[in-house]
Design a protein around this ligand. Structure first.
Ligand SMILES: [Zn+2]
Length: 571
């Protein structure tokens, strides 16, 4: 092959560079993996590490990619199965390279005797190899169903604690149940601390502990094959720690074993999708229902049931009824999202609250994950604000923002909350609709907007887009935990709007919010900010309730004093 031909091939491939010795190097690399694995299976050595390049785990049957030409570990696994059919029937390939080993998954996707487990950064399919092939839903097919386990991190920055958690809760239980005859580690070191491509922080001790755990399988028959890794120092230190462990040295002490929030969520998500394939893994559904029975038993999401109950309860307590909201897309999650007292059009103060559904905390059954209703508690803090406002003769419009919009005939699966940006857009649309149809046209003496959580940005958008807001709104009150802060954007009169905002807002910001990390005092354009002593939105709502009520009282004092005496005595 000429240089020119090689360049053409490289240019038409995905992340491939080739020179005149590439073919020979790739063969040597695959051969190295074969020999390392064969020697272990044959019992010539206890375990082995193959220091080989080019790597292999991205190479698919007919397609080189990601610096890979031949899929070294796949070839080695097959050779061992063929040469030692009784000694080496089942193989575990554990891939801790920071990228998903699409080639390995492809090769054994329908094979019940090769268990592939990959721990990698996935970022919703936006990290190399940039497909959804590495997500947790790909569990193998046909006879290989359940023999493919992806542990896809949603972000970079993963640490020893995350890898340990994945090992202790997923990798080791599954691997022990599978009972391999040989363990091959696809050992990329690009999740190592210091690798700028992987941007994760696995330490040499972390790699040593993972190796140590894997050595308890397959009577210690472990072969380690190098894959990716882009910081030579990190590779060297990590590979040395792995090799020392293989040679019998105990792993070093770990500096930290605390997982990140993303790690905990990913591990739980993977367990939910793998539990049905592994006897050792819980919680799992005990249902034997087929399609027809499943349809019969399909449940309703509790947030829909709760809002339906709430609208009845709030009618009884506060005489609140649903306001008509025109919607192009209808879902039962939206049916009763806006409730109002009947006096919303009268000349009196109006409080409009945008809030999340109430918080439910439950203790699920350990084995079935069923939440029995006596073990579920519902906390609805927004209600105490409504109660106070109604008692003080305010008109109230209450807007519930579902965290997830239930679709027709939806399966009973775990639903992540809708994107926070889409929830602030929903708030913006709803707030604009309410503003144009129910607030601006009426004669409220005061208008208070109260936005909780994701609703905050939607209300800022409303103020940016509706000029009349600044004339009519008395105060914008918000509770913000994680949402980034924003200013009102009206280029024509920026300074004036910023001044108005500072004088007419009270924004409680959680203690953990990134805003407080900076040294500089927060800019006034973000409104009047108050650092809360709490992190949780509900705790903030309770903790600052007095302060908010005092503000509402002060702002409406003149109006209250001007009311006929009997109505004042009546309170
Ligand atoms: Zn890699």
């Amino acid at each position: 092959m000429t240089n020119e031909e090689r360049e053409i091939i490289a240019a038409n491939s995905d992340s491939i560079y080739a020179h005149q010795f590439t073919y020979r190097c790739a063969k040597l690399s695959a051969g190295g993996a074969i020999e390392a694995c064969r020697a272990v299976v044959a019992g010539q050595v206890k375990n082995s590490i193959a220091v080989i390049r080019p790597p292999g785990h991205h190479a698919e049957p007919y397609q080189a990619g990601g610096f890979c030409f031949f899929n070294n570990v796949c070839i080695a696994a097959r050779v061992c199965q063929k040469d030692f059919p009784t000694k080496c029937r089942k193989v575990l390939i554990l891939d801790w390279d920071v990228h998903h080993g699409n080639g390995v998954q492809r090769a054994f996707y329908e094979d019940p005797n090769v268990l592939y487990i990959s721990i990698h950064v996935h970022r919703g399919g936006r990290f190399y190899p940039c497909t959804n092939y590495g997500d947790h839903k790909h569990c193998g097919s046909g006879p290989g169903e359940g023999k493919n386990v992806n542990i896809p991190w949603p972000c970079h920055g993963m640490k020893d604690g995350d890898y340990l958690l994945a090992f202790q809760q997923i990798v080791m239980p599954i691997a022990q149940e599978f009972g391999p005859d040989l363990v091959i580690i696809s050992a990329g070191f690009d999740a190592a601390d210091g690798d700028e491509l992987g941007q994760c922080h696995v330490t040499p001790a972390g790699y040593a502990h993972m190796t140590h755990m894997l050595m308890s399988l397959a009577k210690g028959k472990v072969a380690v094959c190098l894959e990716g890794g882009y910081n030579l120092r990190s590779i060297a230190k990590s590979a040395l720690a792995v090799t020392r462990t293989l040679m019998g040295e105990p792993p070093d002490r770990l500096f930290s074993t605390e997982p990140t929030a993303a790690g905990v969520e990913t591990v739980q998500m993977v367990i939910r999708s793998q539990a049905k394939y592994w006897a050792c893994m819980y919680p799992k559904s005990e249902s034997q229902a087929d399609g027809v029975l499943q349809k019969e038993l399909r449940g309703e999401r509790l947030h829909d049931i709760y809002r339906a109950w709430q609208s009845k309860e709030w009618w009884d307590s506060f005489r609140m009824t649903p306001l008509f909201i025109h919607r192009d897309v209808l879902s039962k999650s939206f049916e009763r999202e806006v409730l109002a007292t009947s006096n919303y059009s009268e000349s009196r103060p109006l409080l409009v609250i945008f809030h999340d559904p109430p918080d439910a905390r439950g203790l699920p059954h350990a084995r079935t994950s069923k939440l029995e209703l006596h073990n579920v508690w519902v906390t609805d803090v927004a209600k105490s604000y409504v109660e106070w406002a109604v008692q003080n003769d305010f008109a109230v419009i209450d807007v519930n923002l579902p965290k997830h919009v239930t679709e027709e005939n939806e399966d009973e699966t775990y639903a992540d909350p809708d994107e926070s940006s889409s929830r602030s857009n929903t708030t913006f649309e709803l707030a604009t609709y309410l503003w144009e149809n129910y607030i601006e046209v009426h004669e409220s003496t005061h208008v208070f907007l109260l936005g909780i959580g994701d609703a905050y940005l939607g209300l800022i958008n409303l103020l940016s887009n509706q000029e009349s807001c600044t004339d009519r709104i008395t105060f914008l009150i918000s509770f913000v935990a994680e949402t980034p802060l924003n200013r009102i954007r009206r280029p024509a009169d920026e300074d004036e709007v910023a001044r108005w905002f500072y004088q007419h807002s009270l924004i409680f910001v959680a203690r953990k919010h990134g805003l407080w990390d900076r040294d500089r005092k927060p800019r006034k354009k973000f409104g009047r900010l108050v650092e809360s002593a709490y992190d949780d939105l509900n705790e903030m709502l309770v903790g600052h309730r007095e302060q908010v009520m005092r503000l509402l009282e002060q702002e409406t004092e003149e109006w209250r004093l001007a009311q006929p005496l009997e109505s004042q005595i009546g309170r």
